[in-house]
Design a protein around this ligand. Sequence first.
Ligand code: DPM
Length: 366
Amino acid sequence: MSDNANGKDNGSESVLRIGSRDSELAMKQTNMVKDALQKKHPHLKFEIVTMKTKGDKILDVALSKIGSKSLFTKELEVALEDNLVDIVVHSLKDLPTTLPEGMVIGAVTEREDPRDAVIMHPKYSECKLATLPKGSVIGTSSLRRGAQLKRKFPDLTFQSVRGNLNTRLRKLDEADDYAALVLAVAGVVRMGWKERISEYLEDDVCMYAVGQGALAVECREGDAATVELLSPLCHLDTTLRTIAERAFMRTLEGGCSAPVAVHSKITEDGELHLKGGVWSLDGKEELVDTKSTSTTADDDEQDSTEPRVKRPKTPPENFCGLVPLRACEYSMSQAYSLGLTLAENLLEKGARKILSDAKAGNAAVS
Ligand code: DPM
């Protein structure tokens, strides 16, 4: 945290400056984090500083085609680096698996439902994807959703739709361009539109994006006071699941330009399960695999003769940007290894070719 670090006169109060995108969803998410922080630190004062990112400005091009990483996060990270804000709030799924030098994720908050959902045009409100008329157009600019859903529903057509959630819902309701949209449940719920959801997509139909539904609070690595201040917001289950997911993504070198998806859970006995997959753009090729590991140190030592997941040769210097949580380093490295090993398994089975073809195909077709 900075106490008048920029020569700003805040009186004797120290103010925590929170950077956020200015879309309605981003502001809702930022206020959720602000409220949670206020609860834990009643004496702190907060100030939200909004800005637009490249992803907010370029609205007429499919996400996957803008082709740059950090589309929704870069400008915020620059503000963080320049000391104009102390923390920034992101959707974890928008945050690349390698952060800029000097930045860390100080907290990953409890995940909202990570699934994707279908929002129907009012005239199809009684339909499911499976019962829509042949050739119906579904709006999504996610290659991940497109590939998986083309595979399941070859008679539907998928088209890019951009803009913030309000704009998209308006495009759906007020025109006849789309029969339905596929969106993350988390965003829809935070916007207060839960009753518009016609169908939740399970993992046998459409697996979700790495980190989907969780919020990440980023700060400067060297700002120990702020790192400490964020620690009560960390949610352990979400943290372990998303480290595994991010390690999977990082090892595959995925991102928005290739169809990569996951499904994860932690059972009561501390077993972390990760299912991960890659697809060709048309969904015709699919590689999916599942792996699990124990996240509790005791279990692992007592009831297994050999660890189920190989430890990485060199332990990750950080956990895809997350700061190590006190006394949880073991679980976190187990989670990291799980994602890494699952990705290596898929790479052995040919994931590299599927992904590079998808990236090339995506760049070629415009
Ligand atoms: C990323 C993708 C999308 C967003 C790609 C993907 C969806 C793109 C689209 C990386 N970021 O998911 O395969 O449909 O045009 C985004 C949303 C949320 C965070 C909106 C959404 C809210 C939910 C959350 C956009 N980023 O996916 O419906 O907290 O995960």
